[in-house]
Write a protein that binds this ligand. Structure first.
Ligand SMILES: NC(=O)c1ccc[n+]([C@@H]2O[C@H](COP(=O)([O-])OP(=O)(O)OC[C@H]3O[C@@H](n4cnc5c(N)ncnc54)[C@H](OP(=O)(O)O)[C@@H]3O)[C@@H](O)[C@H]2O)c1
Length: 302
């Protein structure tokens, strides 16, 4: 099969489109023909070595977390995944024509979603939901600020927070406020404007997808005992300010993925797709995604 193979840490040019063995599957695993995958920030953080401490790589490596494809074959203990079934998952090694996933991470693709739309979802909707439900542990009636609100994880988090009965504030850059009017939120705040930050106070929670200086400037907006849920680790200085932080790493959850994909298919929330490119263009796709401001997911089609 063809795959995008990484041979060492470095720039996008280290991603090579080449021949690779079709992976073998175990008794509890499914071989899937990848019909679409997508680029996530973690892919280029792994590629560059920036995520080396948390997620070391054995080279040669095939990156990619999002899977949308068709079942080719399955291990002897697997039931419910007939050949040809359309499946999606938060998986590994998806920058390839074929990949293997454990059966228990696979969900059916809702009929209304094509492979490309499905491939945009697994990592970002799983993360957005777990950020709200497991890290923030959101309660009905809370006010939550979601940072980086035009991003994909944040859009999923906003949707899930609303479903849990929260008042949701979108945190974006000042220059993005017009675009943020498209978001289904109760209020939009420029989190790079000290004047607007001053007007925020007694928040129950912040769901942070941005990190760095941006989240540090927001510490003072939390009520005493408030919580920061973070997908980017514990922000520097939080502990010194007595702020409770629940940092998280997304874990596959097939049934929650199916529910969120179904809600996405019913247009209850949107994960915009900025571009669709061929798998062999993965290096260029990562270069684009890494430069920021793409405005949505980049899908890769083998
Ligand atoms: N812990 C986990 O398990 C986990 C899982 C998934 C993702 N993540 C992390 O979560 C982050 C978001 O992922 P994603 O897929 O949602 O990426 P994304 O779609 O690129 O979203 C990030 C959003 O934040 C915006 N942004 C960046 N800096 C900002 C700032 N200072 N103020 C306001 N907005 C800002 C970006 O705008 P521009 O594009 O204009 O810069 C973009 O809209 C990434 O760092 C990713 O690695 C963690």
């Amino acid at each position: 099969m063809k795959a995008i193979v990484l041979h060492s840490y470095g720039g996008p040019e280290e991603l090579r489109y080449e021949d690779s063995e079709i992976p073998e599957f175990g008794d509890n695993e499914v071989l899937v023909r990848v019909r679409a995958t997508s680029v996530n920030p973690v892919d280029y953080k792994i590629r560059s070595g920036a995520a080396k401490a948390r997620m070391p790589v054995d080279f040669p490596a095939i990156l990619g977390r999002d899977l949308a494809g068709e079942v080719v074959d399955a291990g002897r203990n697997v039931t419910g995944f007939p050949k040809g079934m359309r499946v999606m998952a938060l998986a590994n090694g998806t920058y390839a024509e074929f990949t293997v996933a454990k059966a228990d991470v696979l969900a059916p693709i809702p009929d209304a979603l094509d492979f490309e739309k499905a491939a945009a979802l697994p990592l970002v909707v799983t993360t957005g939901a777990q950020l709200i439900e497991r890290s923030v542990k959101l309660q009905p009636g809370w006010t939550v600020l979601v940072t980086g609100a035009l991003g994909s994880v944040a859009r999923a988090a906003i949707h899930v927070a609303h479903r849990h009965g929260a008042r949701v504030i979108a945190g974006v850059r000042e220059k993005e406020k017009t675009q943020a009017a498209e978001l289904d939120v109760d209020e939009v705040v420029a989190i790079d404007s000290e004047r607007e930050i001053e007007m925020l106070h007694d928040l129950d929670a912040i769901a942070d997808t941005v990190g760095g200086r941006a989240i540090q400037r927001l510490f003072k907006t939390l009520k005493p005992g408030g919580v920061i849920g973070s997908v980017l680790g514990v922000p520097e200085g939080a502990r010194e300010h007595g702020i409770r932080v629940e940092a998280m790493m997304a874990v596959p959850d097939a049934s929650r993925l199916y529910e969120l994909a179904d809600e996405n298919a019913r247009n209850q929330f949107t994960i915009p797709i900025a571009r669709t490119m061929r798998l062999e263009e993965a290096a260029e796709a990562q270069r684009l995604a890494e430069s920021g401001g793409v405005g949505g997911k980049i899908i890769l089609v083998p």
